[in-house]
Design a protein around this ligand. Structure first.
Ligand code: FRU
Length: 513
């Protein structure tokens, strides 16, 4: 029975475990984005897509609206929540550093992505090579010399729109650009403005620059968003010539820089890959203690109209494939939940059957026990009845013995009385005695033999002789007198019987005494 209960409990536990869908997420990754724009949304979806291959990870996003203080606070809240790893795209290198250090010091692995942070307190870095981006922009501008029908004295006049001061991409891209055009005396940066990565701000700044200095040949913007802001102004203000506009990011898809190139708004853009997939792969390696690359610098290329076309096609194909993967994923999910519910149903059925069998088994045992108890009770009752019967029989027997005994006593008393009364009567016979006692000679014979061990004649003689002996010892009567007094017809017969009974003659009695 115990075994059965154990099996049942184990089965029930197994059933409950199987019903709860196993949670695959083991690690939570906090993603701290400095901003919320197309480039970051693209990076976020790259990371989410990569989770298909890492079901053990889950992502928690926060974006700091281009505010370093807010970003620090958000990083601190991630630390407080106890996330397993942080991916941080710092707004400004120095301003966000304290919060990054706090996370790192708290033992949380930190992957810095896109923009750098000052100091060494981070676990890994994944991001584009911003210096190279600047060099590419410089190369592009140099390549425009022919198009601009450069004469010996003619210069290529550049307006450089920078991103956020103190953010590493703004600084490095600028450095790369400046280094790239250093050997190109024909290229002159005539104006530099910081538009903090924003389209609106770029529009306003470009407008005022063109007002003061309309002779701009090329606008080099550190991202496509600012480049588009510049384009809006140029379109409205410059009709007589083409002002080249080059940006950075070159995001494929309907809203990115690649579409802007195809639409003719921008002339070129340097890719600035976000590679959320590599960020997730690095995170997974760190969390599972696998080897990983501490510094991953992503390479960049320049996208012109031709490249843009194939990039857009590739992006479309990729999107198509991603959609197919998503669909498959959904199908797998459906199948999985169907399998899950079927498994639950199967286990429920088995559990029900096991429960039923257990109940039947328990019922069977209870029934057997009840029958056994009933049988035992019946047996006990039978034994009690038997004992009672025996007791009754014994009681009856006892009563019978009592009655018999008192009758025997009565018989002996009467016999004694009769014999005492006729002890001196030699004529008194067995017939007389049996007549007085109301029984036949045979009955009398049996009774005296049973109760006293003598036949009636022997008993009478024995009693006469005992009386004679008593008289011999207690009186001075003669032997003759005693012989007659005890019912002997002649003294000689008395003497003979006396000797037979006691082994000596009556006259020797006194001597013995
Ligand atoms: C997006 C963005 C990109 C740029 C990058 C630099 O927030 O401004 O356009 O390339 O950040 O970190």
């Amino acid at each position: 029975m115990k075994q059965f209960v154990h099996i049942f409990i184990s089965f029930l536990a197994l059933f409950l475990l199987s019903c709860t869908r196993p949670s695959t997420t083991q690690f939570v990754i906090g993603v701290s984005q400095c901003s919320d724009d197309e480039w970051r949304r693209n990076m976020n979806s790259e990371m989410e897509r990569e989770l298909i291959f890492h079901p053990e990870l889950s992502l928690r996003f926060r974006h700091a609206q281009d505010n370093s203080q807010l970003q620090c606070a958000q990083i601190d809240s991630f630390i407080a929540e106890g996330v397993d790893l942080l991916v941080i795209c710092p707004n400004e290198a120095e301003e966000v550093k304290p919060a990054v250090s706090r996370a790192y010091d708290a033992g949380i692995p930190v992957i810095i992505s896109d923009r750098h942070v000052t100091g060494e307190k981070y676990t890994a870095f994944v991001g584009g090579d911003n210096y190279q981006v600047g060099r590419l922009l410089a190369d592009y501008v140099s390549s425009l010399a022919d198009d601009l029908s450069l004469t010996a004295d003619k210069q290529i006049r550049v307006l450089e729109i920078l991103g956020l001061p103190h953010s590493s991409p703004a600084e490095l891209r600028h450095k790369g650009f400046v280094d790239g055009i250093r050997q190109q005396p024909a290229i002159t940066i005539v104006s530099q403005v910081y538009a903090d990565w924003f389209q609106d701000k770029a529009r306003l700044l470009v407008d005022s620059v063109l007002t003061v200095n309309p002779a701009i040949d090329v606008i080099v913007a550190q991202n496509d968003v600012m480049a588009l802001g510049a384009h809006e102004v140029v379109r409205k203000r410059v009709y007589d010539r083409h002002v080249y506009i080059v940006g950075v990011d070159a995001i494929a898809g309907p809203n990115g820089g690649v579409a802007a190139i195809l639409d003719g708004y921008l002339d070129a853009s340097a890719t600035y890959p976000s590679r959320g997939d590599i960020v997730i792969q690095t995170a997974a390696a760190i969390l599972t203690h696998q080897p990983y690359q501490r510094e991953t610098e992503l390479q960049t290329i320049l996208v012109n109209k031709d490249v843009a076309r194939s990039m857009q096609q590739m992006a479309e194909r990729t999107n198509h494939e991603v959609d197919a993967i998503r669909m498959l994923e959904q199908k797998v999910g459906n199948l999985n939940s169907r399998w899950q519910s079927q498994r639950t149903a199967t286990f429920s059925l088995i559990a029900f059957i096991v429960l039923l069998i257990s109940c039947l088994f328990v019922l069977y045992r209870v029934d057997r026990y009840r029958k056994r108890v009933h049988k035992e009770r019946e047996e006990n009752a039978r034994l009690v009845a038997q004992q009672k019967e025996q007791l009754d029989t014994m009681r009856a027997e006892l009563n019978r013995i009592k009655v018999n005994k008192s009758q025997d006593e009565l018989f002996v008393e009467r016999l004694q009385k009769e014999m005492d009364a006729h002890i001196d009567d030699s004529e008194w016979s067995i017939e007389d005695l049996s007549g007085v006692l109301g029984m036949s000679r045979t009955q009398l014979f049996r009774k005296t033999k049973q109760l006293m061990g003598y036949a009636p004649l022997d008993l009478i003689r024995h009693m006469r002789l005992c009386k004679a002996q008593q008289l011999l010892q207690q009186t001075d009567d003669t032997i003759q007198q005693i012989a007659y007094a005890t019912g002997f017809a002649t003294p000689s017969y008395f003497a003979k019987c006396y000797r037979q009974e006691f082994g000596h003659a009556p006259n020797e009695e006194n001597k013995i005494k």
